[in-house]
Design a protein around this ligand. Structure first.
Ligand code: MSP
Length: 512
């Protein structure tokens, strides 16, 4: 039976254009989805847009359009960004779709039926920008005496009737979950934050609003609309067909991985499992929270005018260098900075020098000195065996890393083999063997071609376009690009296309 893998990104708000932060979560999910597919899994990779709520309603008002028009426009823009970033999502859910209203309403009804929803009144400090209430003691007082949310967002005192989810009842079960399933929240530093938050005591969650109406009506009481987080989180269920247990995708439930930024971990690691426990549904296996990018040393914000559109970076540096940079520069789970220098350095050192040269040197020698066909596998020397063995371990080592979302470490593992291959080619010096020992020259080039095939195969999830080009140049056919296919060596004598550099050096336009 094929093993299933269900991975999600957050669904993004449609009150602004896609930016690098959105692209980051999505590229990471894409790398994981592509990797699992190559490993033979049946993958369901879900992403989408979060289209309800007061923020969207107000952004639409400011733009002079109906909320749905704004949502249509921004959702299309997200799809455009995804296409240009080669995000291989299987489904794109929009919370304004009927299938989502059906899923979210069914979740609500189930929670109500199970006695976890009651009507009360909410009053408290509300930050519109964060779409979240804050407790008195969480507020920060600025130099001029005004109080804001810890995020800096303005807060106002709000009172309205509201339905509540009895989150407080779930405190013990949540703590038990974190204890018995330590992998449920990662990285561990974040898990500790989550645990201490839950230990500090949980208040019931206000889950409906009467103060605006751009949302899904509460079943049985349409004066209320669902508060955005219950609506938004339910997307993970509605996309697989909930509440229809016979829906073709329902078999994917529960998700193997929710990938989220650290700003929305609390919702995914606390509220979400509690809602699912309340509805009697199986819980996701894992929630992984990644860090944040700053832009040339500064927090990205509309007011600073430094919101970075990933498509601008792609236009300048090319897609795969940008995907590579995002996955390589920031240890997955940590925080990091994006700036031109850092991107150019990664491109020129790791892509052009380390990997590009290795491929180019190998392929051009095969073209020139082996008649442009893949040489036979020779009798391996100790060095050959060592390098081939190191490369052959990559898929398994990386699989373990990918399952832990150690996406940066997995790249480092590949670079160890690339560096070893560069040392090998320098040491074996096949160009010098041409006259003295052409047989050994061909053997060395074949070892390198095999190692490169493995490298390019395992790097496909990170840089699909460039690795497609590299595999083609190595004579690897479409059907021979999975991890399982690596067990079968390519037949000798296969004609290779004329080699062409895959990673040109980046030269600053003013230096050209
Ligand atoms: N709609 C909610 C999520 C609901 S999920 C059920 C939301 N949307 S969002 O549009 O604000 O996008 C949030 C995602 O973008 C998070 O994963 C967040 O971490 C990511 N990023 C936003 N800015 C970021 C950076 N500067 N750096 C990295 N990721 C950042 O929250």
């Amino acid at each position: 039976m094929t093993r299933r893998y269900y991975v999600t990104t957050p669904i993004y708000y449609v009150n602004g254009a896609p930016h690098i932060g959105h692209a980051y979560t999505s590229v990471a999910a894409d790398v994981i989805a592509r990797f699992k597919r190559l490993a033979g899994f049946d993958v369901f990779f879900l992403t989408g847009t979060d289209e309800h709520g007061q923020k969207v309603e107000q952004a639409a008002q400011a733009a002079g359009v109906a909320p749905i028009e704004l949502a249509n426009r921004v959702a299309a823009d997200f799809r455009d960004m995804y296409d240009r970033m080669a995000i291989s999502y299987d489904d794109f859910i929009r919370t304004t779709e009927p299938r989502h209203a059906a899923g979210a309403s069914a979740l609500w009804k189930k929670l109500k039926e199970n006695g976890h929803i009651y009507l009360g009144a909410y009053e408290g400090w509300y930050a519109l920008r964060d779409e979240c209430f804050y407790q008195e003691e969480e507020l920060v007082t600025g130099p001029d005496g005004t109080r804001t949310a810890p995020t800096g967002a303005p807060v106002e005192w709000v009172k309205e009737p509201s339905y509540f989810f009895s989150l407080s009842k779930f405190q013990d079960r949540l703590l038990e979950l974190y204890e018995t399933h330590p992998g449920f929240v990662e990285p561990s530093s974040r898990r500790n934050e989550v645990i201490s938050f839950v230990r500090g005591g949980l208040r019931d969650l206000s889950i409906s609003r009467t103060s605006f109406n751009w949302g899904i009506p509460v079943p049985g009481d349409p004066k209320h609309v669902m508060y955005v987080w219950v609506d938004a989180l339910a997307n993970y269920l509605s996309a697989v067909g909930y509440p229809d247990g016979d829906a073709p995708r329902w078999d994917f439930w529960p998700p193997n991985l929710h990938l989220v930024g650290k700003d929305i971990l609390r919702f995914h690691a606390i509220y979400w499992p509690a809602l699912l426990m309340g509805a009697g549904l199986p819980l996701p296996e894992r929630v992984f929270s990644h860090g944040w990018w700053t832009i040339a040393g500064q927090k990205m914000s509309k007011s600073l005018g430094n919101v970075l559109d990933p498509r601008d970076l792609v236009a300048e540096f090319g897609l795969d260098p940008v995907r590579f940079f995002l996955m390589r520069e920031m240890p997955f789970g940590g925080d990091s900075d994006i700036n031109r220098r850092a991107i150019i350095t990664r491109m020129n050192v790791e892509l052009a020098n380390d990997l590009g040269n290795l491929a180019q040197r190998t392929l051009s020698q095969i073209a020139r000195n082996c008649g442009g066909v893949l040489p036979e596998r020779g009798t391996p020397t100790a060095e050959d065996t060592a390098l081939l063995a190191q490369a052959s371990l990559l898929p398994d080592i990386m699989h373990g890393q990918i399952d832990r979302q150690a996406l940066t470490d997995a790249l480092e593992e590949v670079w160890k083999v690339i560096r070893a291959s560069n040392a090998y080619i320098d040491h074996q010096a096949p160009w010098a063997l041409k006259k003295t020992d052409p047989q050994r020259m061909a053997d060395v080039l074949r070892v390198l071609a095999d190692v490169l095939r493995t490298i390019a195969t395992v790097l496909q999830p990170y840089m699909p376009g460039s690795m497609d080009a590299m595999l083609t140049q190595l004579g690897v056919e479409e059907a021979e690009r999975t991890f399982a296919a690596l067990d079968t060596p390519l037949p000798a004598g296969r004609a290779l296309p004329a080699p062409k550099g895959v990673f040109p050096r980046f030269v600053e336009p003013e230096a050209q």
